[in-house]
Design a protein around this ligand. Structure first.
Ligand code: ZN
Length: 221
């Protein structure tokens, strides 16, 4: 679940008191989730469901009722409704995390493919460096990289690897193929070239450890 930090350190600051009251009354809120300087992804409706005073933050959950309505359920079966309501909430939470991951990563790379600089949002994905099926595959910006659809698929299929020093490598057998312009320019010509787009903020650049793990896997392929 997501966390929302207090305003400042003062437990009794006006904003923190207001949030605590909204939590007590179960009021729906709109959360402007920061994805970059001056850029926000609105998330709503959300509820504050707990406060972690020691960490100076609130626990945020999305509206389970809405998550429930988004899924197909048999309304005649109380058991199915109950199971799917919980399941639906989980799916909705996962989708929310994915949406925030996508916005944050694509914004960090200036809405460009890291490999080829393509700048069309509809053709861009937020690729996981370590897949989200893996326990280290967390949906945070340091495990993400903006890539166009082709390079994302090539990366996931180990056709393309990224060295920890941010240089692209293309798998040896692919380098030997003869085909059309996508193979030549899109893949073979990127071999041993540095990434074309890297986040300007150091904190948003890929984690070295995650890159090393992914690159070792590419070398084994
Ligand atoms: Zn690309």
């Amino acid at each position: 679940m997501l966390r929302y930090k207090w305003q400042g350190d003062d437990i009794d600051a006006a904003d923190n008191r207001a949030l605590r009251r909204a939590m007590g009354e179960g009021l729906p809120l709109i959360w402007f989730f920061g994805i970059g300087p001056g850029l926000y992804q609105p998330v709503f409706p959300v509820f504050l469901i707990a406060e972690e005073t020691d960490k100076q933050q609130f626990v945020v959950d999305i509206d389970p009722q809405r998550a429930f309505l988004d899924s197909d359920v048999n309304l005649d079966s109380p058991l199915e409704v109950d199971v799917l309501k919980r399941y639906g909430t989980r799916i909705a939470r996962t989708r929310l995390h994915q949406r925030l991951f996508r916005s944050t990563v694509i914004n960090a790379y200036g809405t460009r493919c890291a490999i080829c600089n393509l700048r069309h949002k509809v053709l861009l994905d937020a690729a996981h460096i370590i897949p989200d099926t893996h326990e280290d595959g967390v949906p945070t910006v340091v495990n993400g990289m903006a890539m166009c659809k082709i390079h994302h698929a090539a990366f996931d299929a180990n056709i393309l690897g990224i060295r920890p020093d941010l240089v692209v490598e293309i798998r040896t057998d692919i380098l030997a193929e003869v085909d059309g312009p996508m193979l030549k320019h899109g893949l073979q010509d990127r071999h041993r070239q540095p990434l074309m787009s890297v986040p300007s903020k150091r904190a948003e650049r890929p984690s070295l450890l995650l890159l090393e793990t992914a690159y070792a896997r590419f070398r084994e392929a």
